[in-house]
Ligand binder design. Structure first.
Ligand code: FAD
Length: 396
């Protein structure tokens, strides 16, 4: 496909330059100019309001999605207990639905789990599609996929969010494949594009070295998974909603698997996502003894310690305390980052903290870009001083 600019139509707005993923358009004397490295992907065609970008092939037509409505959340439950990520997703779904002027719905599958609908309403659902059947008692891939496929085809939602849990990671790709739509896994941010009114799905890409925003113009629902702890659950006690029972006929034959036994192993992993205060350390902490000092600070603040991947790899802190893209996502009230540079993979797990305090001896450390308070200094001086002042009641 060849792409060119009709110079007399171009007003130099730069929308095409921003849209080009290959940096193949530049401005020359106030007009866009296509460079040799253009791959003909056509991203610039869709954004040009002047119709100044021309090509010798027709751009792919955006289907009419006016019949698609609703922001859906998969309400994951095990043995009648909702997974917290479902409530967190409802919080985000409320925001998205408000921006779109659409409703928030939850999909609740299981057996004898109807009363959970009340909790879903309290966290923002306006509708709960309730599917109850003995075969749905425990999660199994095929029955859950079959039921959700039917619901999606009948109800035509616009957006569908699932938690990136073990169940969500199994279910979401199955459903997306069945329906023939895309899926963005492990999103760290979701928003609605105000102009195109489509879902902007942001996630780390290329080994976490960049944050990529993915949008889907050509299919619905727009599907995304989000890891627990990334979004914020918001209770709306006065919210009320409607339960919509969705009767299904299911057979063991179509289930494909049989649950013989459920084995529960005691989970020793520390759930950092619930911590209100986290004192985290990185390479700058230097050794295991340095982490003991952070533990003293965390104890005084009523919090827990965590670390970067470097701190985990050095063996200064347990692997289940790693924060970041390949660790846990946290959202504490206070995150004290000690000797942490603020690499994008670390920030992906903690940037939603309410307040961030960074202690680093390098004033140019990227962590200061997201910190609410920055202390430039050696943490071996700063942290003991903080401890001393807290013990003396001077910082409380
Ligand atoms: P550094 O980047 O080395 O920073 C150390 C900082 O300490 C520096 O800014 C320095 O100025 C400061 N410092 C040194 N001494 C002192 C002192 N005495 N006082 C004060 N400040 C001092 N990382 C994660 O954390 N979590 C993840 O989940 C994660 N996932 C990853 C996934 C992938 C695919 C990849 C490629 C990488 C991942 N990483 C992850 C690694 C990440 O890229 C960084 O390497 C890591 O976060 C850096 O850790 P750090 O800040 O402890 O170390």
């Amino acid at each position: 496909m060849t792409v060119w600019i009709e110079r007399e139509l171009c007003n130099g707005c730069k929308r095409c330059i921003q849209a080009c993923p290959y940096g193949a358009i530049e401005l020359e004397e106030g007009k866009a100019r296509i460079l040799d490295r253009c791959t003909g992907c056509g991203a610039c065609l869709a954004v040009c309001k002047q119709e100044a970008v021309k090509s010798d092939t027709r751009p792919r037509e955006v289907p009419d999605f006016r019949d698609r409505s609703g922001v859906w959340v998969f309400a994951e439950q095990r043995e009648g207990v909702l997974h917290p990520v479902s409530l967190e997703l409802l919080g985000k779904a409320c925001e998205l639905a408000e921006a779109l002027g659409q409703e928030v719905a939850a999909l609740l599958l299981g057996d004898g789990i109807g009363p959970l609908a009340e909790t879903l309403f309290r966290y923002g659902a306006q509708k709960v599609f309730l599917v109850e059947h003995p075969i749905l008692t425990h999660y199994r891939t095929l029955p859950y996929t079959n039921v959700i496929e039917r619901l999606v085809r009948e109800q035509k939602p616009n957006v569908f969010l699932l938690g990136a849990t073990h169940i969500g990671r199994d279910l979401a790709p199955r459903v997306s494949r069945r329906i023939g739509v895309g899926l963005t896994a492990d999103c760290t941010e979701l928003a609605i594009d105000p102009e195109e009114r489509i879902l902007l799905q942001t996630r780390p890409a290329f080994g976490g070295n960049v944050m990529a925003t993915i949008a889907n113009r050509f299919s619905r629902p727009q599907m995304a998974t989000v890891r627990p702890g990334v979004m914020e659950a918001r209770e709306i006690p006065e919210n009320q909603g409607e339960v919509i029972p969705f009767p299904v006929e299911l057979s063991e034959e179509e289930a494909g698997t049989v649950v013989l036994e459920r084995v529960k192993e005691e989970k020793k992993r520390v759930d950092l996502s619930k911590a209100r205060v986290i004192v985290a350390g990185g390479r700058g902490v230097g050794d295991r003894a340095g982490f003991e000092v952070l533990e003293a600070l965390a104890a005084l603040l009523g919090g827990v310690t965590a670390g970067t991947r470097v701190a985990v790899e050095e063996g200064w802190i347990a692997a289940d305390r790693q924060v970041g893209q390949t660790g846990q996502s946290v959202r504490p009230e206070l995150y004290v980052a000690c000797g942490i540079s603020g690499a994008i993979q670390h920030r992906a797990g903690m940037m939603n903290a309410r307040y961030i305090v960074a202690i680093n001896k390098d004033p140019r450390a990227p962590i200061f870009q997201i910190a609410d308070w920055g202390i430039v200094g050696d943490l071996r001086d700063v942290v003991p001083q903080m401890i001393e002042q807290l013990r003396g009641g001077r910082l409380l």
